[in-house]
Ligand binder design. Sequence first.
Ligand code: AMP
Length: 401
Amino acid sequence: MRNLNFKNKKVLVRVDFNVPLGKNYEVTDDTRIRGALPTLNYVLDQGGSLILMSHLSRPLKKLNEDGSINVQKFTLRHIIPSLSALLGVQVDFAADCIGEEAVEKSGNLQPGQVLLLENTRFYKEEESGNADFAKKLASLADMFVNDAFGTAHRAHASTTIVAKYFSKDQKALGLLMGKEVMNAEKLMHDTPHPFTAIIGGAKVSDKIQLLDTLIQKADNILIGGGMAFTFIRALGGKIGNSLLEADYLTLALELLEKAKARGVQIYLPKDSVISDKFSEDGEIKTVDSYQIPDEWLGLDIGNVAIDEYREVIKQSKGILWNGPLGVFEMEKFAKGTFEIAAAIAEATQNGAFSLIGGGDSVSAINKSGLDDQVSYISTGGGAMLEFFEGKVLPGIAAIEE
Ligand code: AMP
């Protein structure tokens, strides 16, 4: 966007203001609003005006009993106080993202002024990527900037289709989006070696494509979380009641074979913290991950695994982390996840490039207080994963075409 001239232009910006709200609909975490500020301030400093659009939650999935939209709950009006304070400009609002009010208010915008449009997901045409709806949004402005990395993997009207109504010199990626792409490319295209990917979380099925791409790129893959047990079972281990996706046993073996053929080291946790209940008040002990007694379940990686993973991380120059290594929401099964976070921070201090992506690993790194000691924390969970899976993100492609 730094190559475009925004002077006296009305600039439509797709932002990600899908923020968490409290009891009185106050913004409880403004990270996403702050993330958009560099782009918004850039346009204003250049003498442009802003028309901002975003979705907030999924209002059409949570309708009132009479079938109407719960405007009180899902209106973007809630974020005006935070946004105005952070921008230092009183933000105006259009109670419908298309239609007369939006047309009139955007028509009257002066340089330096900011108009926020109502939740784009009040229209079903948003998620279906309807062309007429996108055209109406586009007609409000002279230029378009997409700064919503978190929704860049969706071909929705306001994230992708709208870009088709602007020529190449009228549209650009925003600064947050640029930062996300640059950091992801640093790992995927100019990969620093040794490159270690740490993949955890609940299910193998969610991460198959990711693992498949990483086998082409990584030197080491450290597996943790519930998904490790499908691999351990596939190798003949006894996993008790631990998470198992029985349909993925063959695929798990194939992935291990593929990695071996390419010389990629895949690590599975040698020991696990197990319990006889999926809660913190059961009996807890640490055992060999391949010898979990019947009725018990693995809920975290054990100390032997932590030590082994830490050594690998320490030797790495590129690190990608997605997914917790245990049920870190419960304190008694959080150690593995936090020890791995600490090892990543340490490797980063010693010169490694580390990228954390995916909702749960981001909240784990924030909770550990080490968020300022890693190289980059991605704001886009699903979008970042699809980027690493090698997919073209439609929201980015639409700007480039
Ligand atoms: P994902 O969304 O796939 O990254 O999975 C995150 C979830 O996986 C978290 O809520 C964790 O509690 C859960 N998880 C991590 N390790 C395990 C495990 N060993 N057993 C069951 N769930 C787990």
